[in-house]
Design a protein around this ligand. Structure first.
Ligand code: ADP
Length: 637
């Protein structure tokens, strides 16, 4: 019953493959295999991120690795080497001065190490991490700016995009942890193994004997923990959604009006919680046993028992080991096995991270198809615009525009009308080169628009869409849609555009006039605009730029009839010498157009002036009659 949105990604790892899975619908039943990475690919992803991090933050990466390796080496020196040295000195009855010297060196090293670590922790790490987050996010944002709008219609792409943006920080975090645990701990393992081989080489045999059992236990425990996580996921997802319903303001009003819904949400929340507890119970015992086996039985009894017995046998029976060597050998075995365990476990993180990196790279490698074929600048002034036999479909085999042909002379005002879904907005998107036609072409100033530099071409057209967005920024920034230069002239032009769009600044709520922050997302004294006010801001954006070609898709749908009438008069005056393409459902607003194109099923079925079309008595006339009738009946009320 609860609405859902989020999807979960998880991993399945086998001996030679890593699969990224998507868990959907909150029902936990359809697990879709998304990607399959071989271990070779896993390494390639790690290599990619290593190069990326060293390229963008080389100093930080070097320091990061240095600190990690230093930690392992200092653990080795402090707890293994120094202990062995001090005990040997004591056993051999050497002077106390030697012990003191060793302690002094150790203390000095610890002091220096503490300082370098504090610098790393408080300065280097937070900054370095932010640098990397930003660098990767910037690459993703840059890519998202240039890829085709059509990509957003593709579910697979969208999933990859969301994953890429959501996972960047976590990917980098996991990578840094991996670098730390694998590289540094490998150094730790090498130190202890080499030292053990030097002190007591036979002890390595006991390590080799116990390690496979220990690892088997770790991997089994890990596998069960993953299974438990997979089973909990759908319920956690449902529970999380329940949470959101309670805290998101979007639902607050409805829940107050429908208290029974609140009750239902609460029940569902409790049920999901119960299911999670059930899963925890189901796996709890098994995980407890594995834990006991690894932590308790295996570690304490078998491992410790075997190691101590073996070492004591060497010392007391064979008499080949001193006390110092016994303690050191035990420390080496303990540290090495512990570090090997951590490294093995961290390969799971590496594999999981690689699957995410793979998706991020997939996104970064996407190439836009809507690009400038030529670098021609757009000519100044008004030019003719012609649409020549254009065909288009969003999806293969589903044509939305069919053989559309029309010519608009400079300064003409034309209107596109038709019922919902007839293709008006799609045609406008093609004019703006948000999509390219499948067949035919569009020319501006006599040149195929694909030959113009794409951004310059788009900037040469002013457009207002039905689904414009108001940003959490100042009113001025919402009109400018660009970086401010802060000049008085800029302020004047913004105010002028708002005035022309009939947006009134004489409003108590706009305490800071054009500097007033819009939306209450970040600012306590931010202002939420009404639908009509927001639409006027969107119109002001176009009026500010004063382009020669203006496209308006239902620009006044949120305005009341009087406001709409006045605004249209104003727009006619402002756009006197400009080319205007107007889309509207309300035919009364387009009756003065130089030419009206009636669209149906992606075709232009009629064209002419309002008078001509009425006289023809065709589809436009029928639509006009229906609207006039509705208007009359509205007046009766
Ligand atoms: P109008 O503006 O006349 O209401 P549109 O141009 O928005 O019509 O839509 C024309 C047709 O194209 C409709 O059938 C609509 O469902 C379809 N359509 C619009 N946008 C997309 C899209 N992004 N992906 C797939 N189909 C779309």
């Amino acid at each position: 019953m609860l609405p859902r949105k989020q999807e979960y990604f998880t991993l399945e790892i086998s001996r030679d493959e890593v699969r990224l899975l998507t868990k959907k619908n909150g029902k936990g039943i359809d697990i879709i295999m998304k990607e399959m990475l071989t271990w070779r690919q896993v390494i390639a992803q790690q290599w990619f991120l290593t190069k990326f991090c060293f390229k963008h933050a080389p100093g930080f990466m070097a320091y990061h690795l240095f600190e990690a390796v230093k930690l392992q080496i200092s653990i080795f020196f402090e707890f293994t080497f120094a202990v062995n040295y001090v005990l040997t000195v004591a056993e051999e009855g050497e002077e106390f001065r030697k012990v003191l010297m060793c302690m002094g060196i150790l203390m000095g090293a610890i002091a220096v190490s503490t300082v370098t670590f504090a610098i790393y922790k408080h300065y280097v790490f937070p900054r370095g991490k932010q640098t990397l987050y930003q660098a990767l996010r910037m690459e993703i944002y840059e890519k998202s700016k240039e890829i085709d709008l059509s990509c957003y219609d593709d579910k697979d792409f969208y999933e990859t995009f969301i994953l890429a943006t959501e996972e960047t920080d976590r990917c980098l975090d996991r990578f840094l942890v991996f670098e730390n645990s694998v590289i540094a701990r490998s150094v730790g393992i090498a130190c202890t193994l080499v030292y053990c081989a030097y002190i007591n080489p036979v002890a390595l045999l006991i390590l080799a004997a116990i390690l496979p059992f220990e690892l088997l236990c770790v991997l089994q425990e890990n596998k069960k923990a993953v299974e438990a996580r997979m089973e909990r996921l759908p319920h956690e997802q449902q529970r999380e959604y329940g949470n959101r319903v309670f805290y998101l303001s979007d639902y607050a009003g409805e829940l107050r009006l429908n208290p029974q819904m609140k009750e239902e949400c609460r029940t569902e929340y409790a049920e999901e919680n119960h299911k999670i507890e059930e899963v925890n119970k189901k796996y709890g015992k098994l995980l407890f046993l594995y834990g006991l086996l690894r932590e308790g039985f295996l570690a304490r009894l078998v491992k410790e028992g075997a190691v101590w017995t073996f070492l004591l046998y060497q010392m007391l029976v064979l008499r080949v080991l001193s006390g110092a060597q016994l303690v050191t050998s035990r420390s080496c075995i303990w540290r090495a096995s512990n570090n090997i365990e951590v490294v093995i476990l961290s390969f799971r993180t590496v594999a999981e991270n690689s699957a995410y990196i793979y998706r991020i790279r997939e996104f970064l490698q996407m190439e836009p198809t809507i690009v400038s074929r030529g670098e021609k600048p757009v000519p100044e002034g008004s030019g003719s615009l012609s649409v020549e036999h254009v065909d288009f479909g969003y999806l293969p085999g589903q044509q939305v525009l069919r053989d559309v042909t029309l010519t608009i002379e400079p300064g003409q005002k034309i209107a596109l009308v038709g019922y919902n879904g007839s293709g008006k907005t799609t045609l406008v998107k093609l004019l703006l080169r948000l999509y390219d036609p499948d067949g035919g072409r569009i020319c501006y100033h006599g040149m195929d628009i694909r030959n113009y530099q794409i951004m310059a071409y788009r900037r040469s057209i002013g457009s207002v869409f039905q689904d414009f967005k108001i940003y959490a920024a100042s009113l001025k920034e919402n009109v400018l849609m660009d970086v401010e230069n802060g000049s008085r002239e800029e302020n004047y032009l913004v105010e002028r555009a708002l005035y022309d769009a009939h947006f009134t600044l004489e409003n108590n709520r706009l305490s800071y006039q054009i500097e007033t922050p819009l939306t209450t997302e970040f600012e306590k004294d931010g202002v939420n605009l009404s639908g009509g006010e927001a639409q006027k801001v969107a119109i002001a954006r176009t009026l500010y730029r004063r382009q020669n070609l203006i496209i308006m898709d239902e620009p006044s749908s949120a305005l009341d009839p009087l406001a709409e009438y006045r605004l249209n008069q104003e727009l006619n005056e402002i756009a006197k010498d400009k080319t205007v393409i107007f889309i509207s459902h309300r035919l009364s607003t387009v009756r003065d157009a130089d030419c009206i194109y009636m669209m149906e099923n992606g075709r232009i079925v009629e064209s002419g002036t309002h008078g001509e079309l009425l006289a023809r008595g065709g589809k436009y006339a029928a639509m006009w009659k229906i609207q006039a009738g509705l208007y009359q009946s509205e007046k009766c009320f």
